[in-house]
Design a protein around this ligand. Structure first.
Ligand SMILES: C[S@@+](CC[C@H](N)C(=O)[O-])C[C@H]1O[C@@H](n2cnc3c(N)ncnc32)[C@H](O)[C@@H]1O
Length: 269
């Protein structure tokens, strides 16, 4: 870099779960001034449509063949782009700090003395919750919510504290859990969680081709396989999943249902 090159800046931006209207105003603003955008496969096409025509685009994740640019190369790309003066938006699905490796990139940027800013996004769990009518907490049903990853190496079983996770008064949201649904449901039931516990699986939440799948812990695998749910998908486990029957989109759209009817249903749930 010549002495006269002004260092740019990296924005680690949450692109939300898919619907572009769920971007924050800040994310929308910095996308508009970016001259380089580094994005991966979870960023929806409609969010990418907001990238200025003149900005250079760097796609660093490809779902087919599981070919993804190694994290070290992504880090180096961000650093090099900023050091050569670019305003870089590193666009990630959901929130950069929820299973997004945003913090690994932040550490590298700090080490390389590159200015950066984190702009949060709506994480998939929050987007899905609103979209399918499943609150993540609900008084009397779930006093808390836990986000866990269901991903592990193919040859290694999931290593989780199943006893602690099998809590009927807490909602469990499993990211990246589709491939290991069998292990997850079997371990939770073995640890004492009732097989009748409601579960909602949701694929491509907030996108036009969103798919949902209603099951119980015991029927999860068969139900999701029968529906051929596609990635990316989330699994929401807990009593709150049953509330979709009361405040889900079908109920909201249902002809003849008025606010009073919905409120009475919730009160008696
Ligand atoms: C690497 S994690 C990234 C999570 C992201 N940073 C977030 O905050 O939502 C990828 C996983 O997020 C979940 N995910 C992301 N977007 C989703 C969507 N629109 N619908 C359902 N699940 C989604 C899936 O479980 C997917 O396998």
């Amino acid at each position: 870099m010549s002495n006269s090159t002004k260092i740019g800046k990296v924005y680690l931006v949450g692109g939300g779960p898919g619907d572009p209207e769920l971007l924050t105003m800040k994310a929308h603003r910095v996308l508009g001034i970016a001259d380089a955008v580094v994005y991966d496969r979870l960023v929806s096409d409609s969010v990418l449509d907001l990238v200025p025509a003149g900005a250079a685009r760097f796609f660093v994740g490809k779902q087919t063949n599981n070919h993804t640019m190694p994290q070290e190369e992504i880090n180096a790309l961000l650093v090099n782009l900023a050091l050569s003066g670019h305003m870089v938006v590193r666009l990630k699905g959901g929130d950069p700090y929820v299973f997004g490796r945003g913090s690994e990139e932040a550490i590298e940027l700090i080490k390389s003395e590159v200015p950066f800013e984190v702009i949060p996004g709506i994480t998939a769990a929050a987007g899905a919750a609103a979209s399918i009518g499943v609150p993540l907490t609900h008084r009397g049903m779930a006093t808390g919510v836990r986000f866990v990853t269901g991903h592990c190496r193919a040859d290694v079983p999931l290593d989780m504290d199943w006893k602690s996770l099998a809590d009927p008064n807490t909602t469990l949201v499993v990211y990246m859990g589709l491939a290991n649904m069998g292990q997850i449901s079997a371990n939770l039931m073995a640890a004492g969680l009732d097989g009748a516990t409601p579960v909602m699986a949701v694929s491509k939440a907030t996108m036009p081709d969103q798919q949902t799948c209603k099951a119980t812990l015991a029927t999860l695998v068969d139900t999701v396989n029968a529906r051929k749910l596609k990635s990316p998908a989330l699994i929401i486990i807990g009593q709150v999943a049953g509330l979709a029957d009361i405040i889900g989109p079908e109920m909201i759209a249902k002809k003849g249902s008025d606010d009073g009817e919905i409120i009475r249903s919730i009160a008696s749930a």
